[in-house]
Write a protein that binds this ligand. Structure first.
Ligand code: NAI
Ligand code: MG
Length: 368
């Protein structure tokens, strides 16, 4: 069988710095686990603009469509702020998401015990937390027509339209149910069916897909505003949350902060299955290019490393190795190793990006 293939797009700022640590783990997988990835590297974002005048070259787009999974670092930086909107670094990322049709965005919120004190919530509320928010990513109010700012009478009116088709709801619901089956088998769907027709349809379709295809999964429904309250009150009641694009944007950022630092948060964006049965997939840390610390060796590589672990789990059916990486991360944190973002000013000396990567590789070695 062909080797699993990966396209690495490290991007700008700290993107290449954190990706360098992921490459150590890819190397470790080859040397110690006998899994060799066919890795291609290319440019996205500002660095692609510098070379090609566009933030994503057509050849790179074509490669992204061919590989089993894309791993992305981060894009952007202040030197690109004045560029025309059409060639801004972020457009490269948006083009990937759109043309790969990545409709299901998985944002885990996992709290490692060693960092529970770092959360803004009480330790028992977050210690051991492990939930995933599945956000619909390609439709809803960010895309619906009509949209725009119009003049009506003697004033302006701003319009966006929440619009969901049955099939758009069904496919993201399926991806949440599939995910739940690999986890605690529980899905909570969030909308505002009390005040929005699109929410009524959302609730009905999620229930129908459940009853027909996933009756074994425990399903509940919640209004999204209550969902926000429940997330900060007792987040451990959830396993998988599925919601629309707008509510998902807000709820996933809220859930993310339960766990502490931006430097710890991975994500996956999945599309329809390809011919080989694997979903189209892009994995990336939630954080950006962090120009304020780029080049200083301060970046925390864990978000990017955990994104690679998600790739192992969701694209390559290597859940055991994904867990091994997560456990290695847990181990180095339990040993007290911290990059600067994971400590307060009085907490001692932080370690560097490369030291964190090396420590995780050492913990992986120790796990064999
Ligand atoms: P950011 O996520 O880059 O940084 C926010 C803050 O968190 C900064 O203080 C940064 O130093 C810190 N931080 C982020 N990641 C970290 C890590 N791994 N380790 C330690 N500290 C970390 O967001 P910001 O500053 O709003 O945006 C900077 C640039 O990144 C902009 O050009 C923005 O457009 C772009 N961006 C790109 C994203 C992407 O590629 N997906 C997402 C968000 C922003
Ligand atoms: Mg957001």
């Amino acid at each position: 069988m062909a080797n699993p293939s990966l396209l690495i797009l490290a991007g700008d700022g700290i993107g290449p710095e954190v990706m360098a640590e992921v490459k150590k783990i890819i190397g470790w997988m080859g040397a110690k686990r006998g899994v060799t990835f066919d890795v291609t590297e290319d440019l996205v974002g500002g660095c692609a603009y510098d070379k090609h005048g566009v933030p994503l070259h057509d050849d790179t787009m074509a490669k992204a469509q061919e590989v089993d999974a894309v791993l992305l670092g981060a894009v952007g930086g202040p030197q690109y702020d004045t560029l025309d909107f059409s060639v801004k670094p972020e457009r490269g990322l948006l083009r990937l998401r759109k043309e790969m049709d990545l409709f299901s965005n998985l944002r885990p919120a996992q709290c490692f015990d060693a960092l529970a004190d770092f959360s803004s919530l009480k330790k028992d509320v977050v210690a051991g937390l492990d939930i995933v928010i599945v956000r619909e990513l390609t439709s809803g109010v960010y895309f619906g027509e009509p949209r725009g700012i119009f003049v009506e009478g003697n004033e302006r009116v701003g319009i966006n339209t929440q619009r969901y088709t049955e099939s758009e709801i069904a496919r993201v619901a399926r991806s949440a149910f599939e995910l739940a089956r690999k986890r605690a088998n529980k899905v909570c769907s969030m909308e505002k069916a009390n005040v929005m027709e699109s929410g009524i349809l959302w609730r009905d379709v999620v229930q129908e897909i459940h009853d027909k295809e996933y009756p074994d999964v425990q399903l509940s429904h919640m209004y999204a505003d209550n969902g926000a309250m429940q997330l900060v009150r007792w987040p451990k009641q959830f396993d998988v949350i599925v919601t629309d694009n707008l509510f998902g944007d807000v709820l996933s950022d809220c859930a993310a902060m339960l766990t502490g630092s931006l430097g710890m948060l991975p994500s996956a964006s999945l599309g329809a299955p390809m011919a080989n049965g694997r979903p189209k997939a892009l994995y990336e840390p939630v954080h950006g290019s962090a120009p304020d610390i780029a080049g200083t060796g301060k970046a925390n590589p864990i978000a990017c490393i955990l994104s690679f672990a998600m790739a192992l789990r969701y694209s390559f059916d290597m859940g055991e190795d994904a867990t091994r990486i997560e456990k290695a991360v847990e181990q180095v944190l339990a040993d007290g190793l911290r990059t600067a973002d994971l400590m307060g000013p009085q907490d001692g000396t932080p370690i560097s990006t490369t030291q964190m990567g090396d420590a995780i590789v050492a913990a992986l070695d120790a796990s064999l």
